[in-house]
Design a protein around this ligand. Structure first.
Ligand code: ADP
Length: 587
């Protein structure tokens, strides 16, 4: 696997998160924008429908006017001959009156050549009367088909209008002329300009001739062909109005009549949602241009939301990952700890077993040494006494021989006592033996075992033993306790100039209190609490095992007593308390 250092990995991770954020945000924005645009497009289409409806209503209202007027007998009669003088005046007045009632812009009557013979605006300076409109497409259409319609800028008035015309026919159906109503859509333009949307109406040549905002009128929405230009010139549709191209390009098509367009309009370059609606009856197209601010805002909002959600997700992921790692780490360290504890416990157990074994061996060694020492001495003495005895008997000195025999006897007795003692030691002592015994005698036997040491080390022994001090327990085990206490005392005094050992037994509240007091300097204060701990020793390696007091403590507790360590008069003082056994004293 590729090894990367930490800062680089961190940077890459941050970059990945940012890239993810941009990607997610971008996709969400695009999605949201698309949806919002589709919605806006549908809305525009609906809006366009409404505008188209209003326009159609307006036109329809006037469409019937020329058709009805064409049937007027006055007009039909008048058009049969030349119109002038009083007749013309009458017609002018009539048209003026009808125009006022209908609310149209102008009404005019054209003869069969397109000459205006009467008009509602006959009083104004821009009166149509006397002008020929034979070149206008609506006139040509009317002559050919019976009706005509045309949006154009007035040649006379210079204002744009929608011309609707109907043919006036004689009884045989011959064309006599045309009656034309002109509508100005400026009212509609004004009405529409109040809205927020940009509205355009374009003709069949895609020239926007009507707009609800200044600067958008007379714009070519596409490039015109030469034929179209020639036609414009001949019909003088927009007359002297200059036409300007409207630059725009499609960014995105959203449907047959809906697209996003970038337009360089009079208000500068802008992006519009451009919706169109063809009006087949007029040959026009209605356009609605709307800036999709909402869509962009919705997109941005959603993008922000999505990016936020993405970040939240990433952080949640990181958080969960971290937790998982932490849990795994904890689990691992727990397992490691458990394994360590097990290992240590096993090691300790092995060590302890080894130590116990060593203690046993040491005890055996000590015992052998003591035995060799204790037995060697009387044996040597006996050998010498036997030689003396033989000599005395040869010389016939029987009296003196009896004295030697007496001493031999004493020594044998002492050896017997020793071996007897050893026998009790050798006897495997069952734990809870509770025989009645005299504590003073236990002290005697322990001292006996250590006699050689006491003598060799010139220990001053002070005994103050209440006798008998009856207790219940295991004699051998209690002896072991006493031997341990005494041996510790001797060890403590070994390098002291004066060795004083005091052993007391006295009654105390239903107990026997046995004290072993030495002059060995005592136990250091910081060691007092630990002397009974197994393996606690201050002695050099090989000499002390730290088991003596621990074993002793265990034995005393088992016997129902207590063992305490303390200091007194420059030495240690061990106090052993055992419940007094009163049973047999009463007998
Ligand atoms: P060991 O004798 O093998 O060290 P013990 O359990 O018998 O083990 O004794 C533990 C320790 O208690 C000794 O190492 C010693 O420091 C201290 N101690 C015991 N008895 C005495 C005493 N009479 N005077 C001073 N210190 C003692």
């Amino acid at each position: 696997m590729l090894q990367l250092n930490r800062p680089l990995r961190l940077t890459l991770a941050v970059l990945a998160i940012l890239a993810g954020m941009l990607l997610v945000g971008g996709l969400a924005q695009r999605q949201a924008e698309q949806r919002a645009l589709q919605a806006a497009s549908a809305q525009s289409e609906e809006q366009l429908g409404l505008y188209a409806g209003a326009l159609r209503t307006l036109i329809d209202r006037y469409r019937s006017l020329p058709a009805v007027l064409a049937l007027d007998p006055d007009l039909r009669v008048a058009l049969r001959g030349p119109v002038a003088g009083e007749l013309q005046q009458r017609l002018n007045l009539k048209l003026e009156r009808i125009n006022g009632a209908a609310g149209s812009s102008t009404l005019e009557l054209l003869d069969r050549d397109g000459l205006a013979v009467a008009a509602s605006n006959w009083r104004t300076p821009t009166s149509y009367v006397g002008h020929n409109f034979g070149f206008r497409p609506y006139f040509l259409e009317t002559r050919g088909k019976g009706t005509g319609r045309f949006y154009a800028v007035g040649v006379v008035t210079g204002t744009p209008g929608y011309f609707l015309s109907s043919a006036v026919l004689d009884d045989d159906g011959n064309f006599l002329g045309a009656i034309v109503v002109r509508l100005e859509l400026t009212e509609l333009e004004r009405e529409w300009s109040a809205g927020p949307d940009l509205l355009l109406i374009s003709d069949a040549k895609d020239i926007a001739f009507l707009a609800n905002r200044p600067g958008w009128r007379y714009r070519e929405l596409r490039a015109l062909t030469a034929a179209e230009r020639a036609e414009l010139t001949s019909t003088r549709q927009y007359d002297k109005q200059p036409l300007q191209a409207l630059e725009h390009r499609t960014l995105e098509s959203l449907g047959a009549h809906s697209r996003m367009e970038r337009v360089s309009g009079p208000e500068g370059q802008r992006d519009y949602l451009w919706q169109s609606l063809p009006l087949p009856s007029e040959g026009w197209t209605l356009h609605l241009l709307r800036q999709p601010r909402e869509a962009i805002q919705a997109g941005r909002g959603v993008a922000l939301g999505a990016a936020g959600a993405w970040l939240a997700l990433v952080f949640l992921g990181l958080f969960l990952h971290q937790r998982w790692r932490l849990a795994r780490l904890r689990q691992r360290s727990r397992e490691e700890l458990e394994r360590l504890v097990e290992e240590r416990t096993a090691a300790l157990r092995t060590a302890q077993e080894g130590l116990v074994q060593a203690a046993k061996l040491a005890a055996l060694g000590q015992m052998s040494a003591a035995l060799a020492h204790e037995i060697n001495q009387p044996l040597t003495a006996q050998r010498m006494q036997l030689a003396t005895l033989r000599l005395l008997l040869e010389q016939g000195q029987e009296e003196q021989a009896a004295g030697v025999l007496q001493r031999l006897d004493e020594q044998l007795e002492r050896m017997a006592a020793l071996t007897g003692h050893l026998k009790t030691f050798a006897r495997k002592s069952p734990g809870g033996l509770r025989e009645r015994l005299d504590l003073a005698q236990v002290v005697d036997r322990a001292l006996q075992l250590l006699e050689a040491r006491l003598r060799n080390e010139a220990v001053e022994l002070h005994l103050d033993l209440a006798r008998p001090a009856w207790v219940r327990g295991d004699a051998i085990r209690l002896e072991q306790v006493l031997v341990n206490l005494l041996r510790n005392a001797l060890d403590a005094m070994a390098d002291k100039p004066r060795r004083q050992l005091r052993v007391n037994i006295r009654p105390q509240r239903g107990h026997w209190l046995l004290e072993v007091i030495d002059s060995g300097g005592g136990i250091a204060a910081e060691h007092l609490a630990s002397v009974f701990d197994p393996f606690f020793t201050t002695k050099p390696v090989g000499e002390g095992l730290g088991l003596g007091l621990a074993v002793s403590y265990g034995i005393v507790m088992e016997t129902g007593g207590s063992l305490e360590a303390g200091n007194r008069d420059g030495g240690a003082c061990f106090s052993l308390r055992l419940p007094a056994d009163l049973g047999e004293e009463r007998e």
